[in-house]
Design a protein around this ligand. Structure first.
Ligand code: HEM
Length: 174
């Protein structure tokens, strides 16, 4: 893959990538607060409000930001000399992010189901309190995102076997 991005385009693309990815972390933190609320609160009104807000944040903020992060991450990798499979930090970021996106998309069904039950006026307070939460996933997800953030900022050295071969080839050519 050749490096197509000029310095200007690269800065712009990086700004967009950081906007989406760090935005995802912020939205995940807001979601986590609501998840803690549904685990700790006994108040029916609060529970209803929290489950509904969780679905809105998840569908309209977290899912779009997660997909946009993955897409702009691919652009930053393939559009620069970092490449997608050359450096361990990029490869691990890719795998962790893809894993986080898959878990998120599967979890969306549960989140929508919880919101549907919570918004049903016939659901009793006792049933509301008995509803499950997604706390394990939201807390675990946030940890994974913070790990990717640290990896992306520190960019620890380490070439994959493929990266070594590419580097050798480039040295021979130059
Ligand atoms: C939650 C997920 C992610 C977060 C929080 C994140 C965050 C960041 C941040 C803050 C930077 C700027 C670091 C700096 O240059 O000092 C960055 C750069 C970068 N990210 Fe991500 N990122 C994420 C996912 C990804 C994924 C999945 C990929 C690859 C598929 C990726 C590839 C890159 C690359 C290649 C750069 C360097 C760009 C350059 O040097 O111009 N990122 N990321």
């Amino acid at each position: 893959m050749t490096y197509v991005m000029s310095q200007r385009v690269r800065k712009f693309a990086l700004t967009v990538h950081i906007m989406f990815s760090v935005g995802w972390i912020g939205a995940a933190a807001a979601y986590l607060v609501l998840d803690v609320t549904v685990v700790t609160s006994q108040d029916a009104q609060t529970l209803r409000a929290a489950y509904l807000a969780m679905e809105l944040i998840a569908w309209y903020v977290i899912v779009p930001l997660a997909l946009a992060t993955l897409l702009t991450g691919l652009v930053m990798s393939l559009g620069t000399s970092w490449g997608l499979f050359r450096h361990y930090w990029v490869l691990i970021s890719l795998l962790l992010t893809v894993f986080a996106v898959i878990v998120l998309l599967v979890e969306m069904q549960t989140i929508s189901h919880l919101a549907t039950v919570a918004s049903d006026a016939t659901t009793s307070s006792a049933d509301l309190r008995a509803l499950s939460s997604t706390l394990l996933h939201s807390a675990g997800g946030l940890v994974v995102l913070l790990m990717v953030l640290v990896l992306n900022v520190y960019k620890p050295r380490g070439l994959t076997p493929y990266g070594w071969r590419k580097q050798q080839k480039q040295r021979e050519e130059s």
